[in-house]
Design a protein around this ligand. Sequence first.
Ligand SMILES: NC(=O)c1ccc[n+]([C@@H]2O[C@H](COP(=O)([O-])OP(=O)(O)OC[C@H]3O[C@@H](n4cnc5c(N)ncnc54)[C@H](OP(=O)(O)O)[C@@H]3O)[C@@H](O)[C@H]2O)c1
Length: 297
Amino acid sequence: MRIVVTGKDGQVVRSLVERGALHTDIEIVALGRPELDLSDPFTVTSAIARAAPDLVVSAAAYTAVDQAEDEPELARAINVAGAKAVARMASDLGVPVVHLSTDYVFSGDGTEPYRETDKTGPHGVYAQSKLDGEIAVANANPRHIILRTAWVYSPFGKNFLKTMLQLAGSRDSVSVVSDQWGNPTSALDIADAIITVAKQLRADPAIAPYGIYHLAGTGSINWSGFARAIFAASRENGGPFADVVDISSADYPTKARRPLNSRLSTDKFFNVFGWRAPDWQDSMRKTVARLLADTEA
Ligand SMILES: NC(=O)c1ccc[n+]([C@@H]2O[C@H](COP(=O)([O-])OP(=O)(O)OC[C@H]3O[C@@H](n4cnc5c(N)ncnc54)[C@H](OP(=O)(O)O)[C@@H]3O)[C@@H](O)[C@H]2O)c1
């Protein structure tokens, strides 16, 4: 089964390439710039057609949440028109699309985990572009699985976990917001989930579980608690650690407002696909240990 994924160096892309290599019946083909540029739909169409996929994973996106406030046209071109072109091409080839979306489609009110049927309320350009991208993907390909994920980290690229480890190398204390809650999610777990979906769709294309799903690490925490857990894991492995000072979102203003509550309920994904992500602390510890081992190597 050939799975074509958009992007080359993204966290989810690299995780899918790594995890896909563990399955003899799966080939992952990563397509990114320049041959596939989401801001140029012609390249999307031709690159995907050439790759002849059995399934397309739409993982590339404009992900610079604050910068999007300054370049809304580019963010929308990539996250709406680009995502739509990917889904349309998959549809033209008669194959399903798995599209990555975000917890930021929600406003962040309340304390309960959001379900797929809950009302959306995005703040800011990035969040709105991802919500509009979901709608464009769903309209372009009836065989769509839209996976809303959250707080993604991995051994690859830039993410909160790696930033914390870097900061601990040069500081005694780090200030981190404590009033935003969510589910830290390993991109390697996302990759495992996507492979699970791919295998089930191949086994029974008529399973028809098409629609929106929430996919995130199991268990929730606030950002400062996440930072403390990262430092504890690092310390256990002989790595750097720092004190964490709780601050509020008001003390750390950003161009785009973040949801205070972006907890996601993953029950629907579990009920349909029989898979749930590991506890976020287990996956986080594995990533910290791997990064520290890589540093020593
Ligand atoms: N990171 C998070 O915390 C988070 C949270 C919720 C949802 N998500 C969603 O999950 C998905 C994967 O996120 P991620 O963390 O893996 O993202 P990431 O690490 O920021 O990677 C983004 C990828 O998109 C590619 N890309 C950007 N513009 C492109 C363009 N014009 N044409 C082709 N490729 C382009 C990048 O390519 P280059 O390598 O060439 O730059 C990179 O491969 C995204 O849809 C994101 O919205 C992420």
